[in-house]
Design a protein around this ligand. Structure first.
Ligand SMILES: Cc1cc2nc3c(=O)[nH]c(=O)nc-3n(C[C@H](O)[C@H](O)[C@H](O)COP(=O)(O)OP(=O)(O)OC[C@H]3O[C@@H](n4cnc5c(N)ncnc54)[C@H](O)[C@@H]3O)c2cc1C
Length: 335
């Protein structure tokens, strides 16, 4: 339950609890780690795409989707370059960019405008990320009763009661930095020694944070400088070796940084939510758009997280629409 709250910003005061319960069951079953760090997954996917003949452009912002005879026919980059699409355009950026910035509000149908009007980024799914390089992995007081606590893949630190967690979420929803700096933490170097020099450790984690626009740039600067220290003091109450002396270096990425550096609006890692409009649409139609040849293939259509699900879901729909081979049905493939 704590994981669901701190990671996804689940509001335990809203809804009938059914979705919450299902997602707790879902989250309790998924723990995966990319050996070498998550960037290795992105590099592996990029390499596989290039091996299959894709060409990639980096730091090349898209500003426009081009149309020919009503069909999406390519994109235009900020530097004016036009890239022709042989079959289709698939966008994994957020829907406001895709429809409002790249196509233009005047060219949208009422359904799309209505859906976009209800679209919101945060307050759910907004995180801050503390990263600590450590001499020693945390050694919890409670290990004297069960030393497995020091070998947990994922440890929630700093919450004693459900009320504390609930208060934390309410504060973040209200645009405040939570007073009690509890965090979800994991020490990947316990499982993957490539992530730290021999004998040393790395911790990564997250705080559930208010969305980027709730604080000014100066206020976020202050959070970046002070919040990890607050967390460290709390952490030490549970793991006495988690003192400043044990920390080689640390960094905090705030919701503001994530918006600016990763282009995730408001720091929302799922590219926002529709506010209910569009729920119940036929399966697969979240990837199709009203514009022939234009598809959505990102978290706004298929959910946030490093799952590849939105891309995979869009790929299947595209194969169906364009009558391409259904390669996932080949027996030799395991996925
Ligand atoms: C702090 C934090 C921790 C997370 N931890 C986890 C985790 O442990 N496990 C997990 O499964 N998920 C995690 N997530 C969620 C996960 O990172 C995202 O859901 C996922 O990265 C979305 O993947 P994506 O490729 O669709 O979008 P993104 O990763 O957002 O990539 C979109 C890309 O498009 C680029 N872009 C944006 N606009 C334009 C434009 N106009 N032109 C060209 N390019 C553009 C962006 O620069 C970016 O490179 C976390 C997210 C955050 C913020």
């Amino acid at each position: 339950m704590y994981r669901q709250c701190i990671e996804w910003g689940a509001n335990v005061h809203a809804g009938n609890g059914y979705g919450f319960l299902v997602s707790v069951l879902w989250l309790s079953a998924i723990h995966y780690m990319s050996v070498g760090g998550t960037h290795t997954l992105a590099h592996a996917m990029a390499n596989a795409s290039m091996k299959a003949g894709a060409s990639m452009r980096f730091t090349s912002p898209v500003v426009k989707i081009l149309f020919e005879g009503g069909r999406a026919s390519g994109i235009q980059l900020k530097d004016g370059t036009k890239v022709h699409a042989r079959k289709l355009v698939a966008s994994n950026v957020d829907p406001k960019q895709t429809f409002v910035d790249f196509i233009g509000e005047d060219n949208l149908e009422p359904f799309r405008k209505e859906r976009l009007a209800g679209w919101h980024f945060g307050p759910e799914h907004v995180l801050g990320t503390p990263s600590f390089a450590l001499h020693e992995a945390p050694n919890y007081k409670s290990a004297k009763w069960n030393e497995d606590i020091n070998r947990c893949f994922y440890t929630l630190v700093g919450f004693e009661t459900a009320e504390q967690m609930s208060e934390y979420i309410i504060q973040a929803y209200g645009g405040q930095i939570p007073d009690r700096p509890g965090a979800g933490t994991w020490v990947n170097s316990l499982w993957d020694p490539t992530q730290a020099p021999a004998g040393k450790h790395v911790m990564n984690g997250w705080f559930f944070f208010p969305k980027a626009s709730c604080l000014s740039e100066e206020e976020w600067d202050d959070v970046r400088l002070t919040y990890n220290d607050k967390f460290l003091k709390l952490w030490e109450e549970y793991a006495p070796n988690m003192t400043r002396d044990n920390v080689i270096a640390d960094r905090l990425y705030t919701a503001f940084d994530i918006e600016k550096k990763m282009s995730m609006p408001e720091g929302d890692f799922s590219q926002g939510r529709s506010g209910g409009i569009g729920v119940g649409m036929p399966r697969g139609n979240q990837y199709r758009t009203e514009f022939p040849g234009l598809y959505l293939c990102g978290p706004s259509a298929g959910g946030g997280g490093v799952s590849a699900a939105p891309g995979y879901g869009a790929f299947k729909v595209i194969c169906k629409d364009l009558d391409l081979p259904k390669i996932w049905k080949q027996e030799s493939r395991t996925y």
